[in-house]
Design a binder for this molecule. Structure first.
Ligand code: CAA
Length: 258
């Protein structure tokens, strides 16, 4: 709604678009941004009309990191007692797919926020990095773990220890992003991808997301067992009957998310 200070929330069909909107701070992620995103996700999670979310920033910056000015004078106890950054777990717990559309800087917490999303699309202008080492700290919103899983140890160490940026080409080669899109088409492409996903049966989309995420949390045997069990469970949906019947009858499926 109109009640967010630091983000814009729009809807187009079954897709919601969240645009980070702190241009003067290059969308630095302060506690208000987290509060706004969390409130928006609470709203979208409970809205049956929403099947997928796009998260984007501006042409210049997806987000230039956690807000350094907000953290500058904090003590160890301030950080520890509030479990600083743990609130971003709300995004990870969101059960519908989130597509990050990244143009410009995705640095520090901005890169980490993009990596919390499910599909990562990069404009040809995108720059990814974990420059925290230059501030005398390290990544704190998942960078040491998610970047390493995404691009492997050698490149993760290279980026995290030197603080250098990586351009969109390098990020795609390394497997961090799934596609590079001309900057002018970024949001439209992300919306199309989201519309494609949102047109599928929502239960199968949510279970697919959960199953892929499980691959990062468990052994192959347990992951395969989980996949098979949830695959079986989809035969309890009306949409499985509709999807397979539509194929046999050579017509488009009309999913009802039941
Ligand atoms: N926090 C707070 N403010 C920020 C910010 C951040 N992370 N990044 C940029 N800004 C502010 C700048 O302070 C500046 O504000 P003022 O006009 O009030 O001075 C404004 O945004 C514009 O920035 P610049 O003038 O620096 O723009 P530039 O084009 O010269 O440089 C940049 C762009 C290279 C991205 C540069 O802004 C920069 O290096 N930003 C910080 C990047 C960074 O270190 N990110 C990691 C933060 S720590 C973190 O994220 C921890 C974690 O793991 C979660």
């Amino acid at each position: 709604g109109p009640d967010f200070e630091t983000i814009l929330l729009e809807r187009k069909g079954r897709v919601a678009l969240i645009t980070l909107n702190r241009p003067k701070a290059l969308n630095a992620l302060n506690s208000q941004v987290l509060a706004d995103i969390s409130a928006a996700l609470d709203e979208l999670e409970n809205d049956d009309e929403v099947g997928a979310v796009v998260l984007t920033g501006s042409d210049r910056a997806f987000a230039a990191g956690a807000d350094i000015k907000e953290m500058q004078s904090k003590s160890y106890m301030d950080m520890f007692l509030t479990d600083h950054f743990s609130g971003w777990d709300r995004l990870v717990a969101f059960r519908k797919p989130i597509i990050a559309a990244v143009a410009g800087y995705a640095l520090g917490g901005g890169c980490e926020l993009a990596m919390m999303c499910d599909i990562l699309l990069a404009a040809d202008t995108a720059k990814f990095g974990q420059p925290e080492i230059k501030l005398g700290v390290i990544p704190g919103m998942g960078g040491s773990q998610r970047l390493t899983r995404a691009v492997g140890k050698a490149k993760a160490m290279d980026l995290i220890l030197t603080g250098r940026n990586m351009d969109a080409e390098e990020a795609e080669r390394a497997g961090l992003v799934s596609r590079i899109v001309p900057a002018a088409d970024l949001v439209a492409t992300a919306m199309e991808v989201a519309e494609t996903v949102a047109a599928m049966s929502l239960p199968s989309v949510m279970i697919a997301k959960e199953a892929v995420d499980r691959a990062f949390e468990t052994t192959l045997t347990e992951g395969l067992r989980f996949e098979r069990r949830v695959f079986h469970s989809l035969f309890a949906t009306e949409d499985q009957k509709e999807g397979m019947t539509a194929f046999v009858e050579k017509r488009p499926a009309n999913f009802t998310n039941k």
